[in-house]
Design a protein around this ligand. Structure first.
Ligand code: THU
Length: 164
């Protein structure tokens, strides 16, 4: 028996101001996007902002539905929108922010498993890491260096292709 040990490292900032301008602006856009979420059922407002290679920021938020599973998370709305508007263009970073209307979770919220899988598709496609900047209501920031660091041992298209 052998063991496989994974070493994951994330950055932690006390506030968005500790990051460079590009990233703190991206975080600010994710906060703005969360305010426009359609989340009447969960009352949990999530915003995501995608920074494109040309400097454009494309954002999205969670869109819920009376038939609950038909709704979609902010990260997927944002990245699908980005890919629809700028197909095949490089994504430099993604920011996520969440705040509850009634709940008081203050720490940075991390993307759900389905969103991690969806985001990974775009990171693998471009072959360049996409950092994920997660900002909490308390202003603290957690930065993952890549999508794959949020989804170790992930399933990807290389497995479909027999490892190529
Ligand atoms: N949600 C997101 O938008 N992103 C996540 O990563 C986690 C959950 C949304 C889905 C739903 O509208 C609400 O938050 C509660 O789960």
């Amino acid at each position: 028996m052998n063991e496989l040990e994974l070493n994951l490292k994330y950055k932690v900032y006390g506030s968005t101001q500790e990051m460079d301008k590009e990233k703190s602006e991206l975080a600010a856009e994710s906060i703005k996007a969360a305010k426009k979420a359609y989340a009447p059922y969960s009352k949990f407002h999530v915003g995501a902002a995608v920074l494109m290679e040309n400097g454009e920021i494309i954002s999205g938020n969670n869109q819920e539905n009376a038939a609950y599973p038909s709704g979609t998370c902010a990260e997927r709305v944002a990245i699908f929108y980005a890919s629809a508007l700028q197909p095949g263009k490089r994504i430099k970073a993604i920011a996520v922010y969440a705040e509850g209307e009634e709940s008081t979770y203050e720490e940075p919220v991390t993307p759900c498993g389905s969103c991690r899988q969806v985001l990974l598709e775009y990171e693998n496609r471009q072959g360049i890491n996409i950092p994920v900047i997660m900002t909490g209501v308390n202003g603290k920031v957690l930065e993952a260096p890549s999508i794959s660091s949020l989804l170790p041992l992930a399933f990807g298209s290389f497995q479909l292709r027999g490892g190529q």
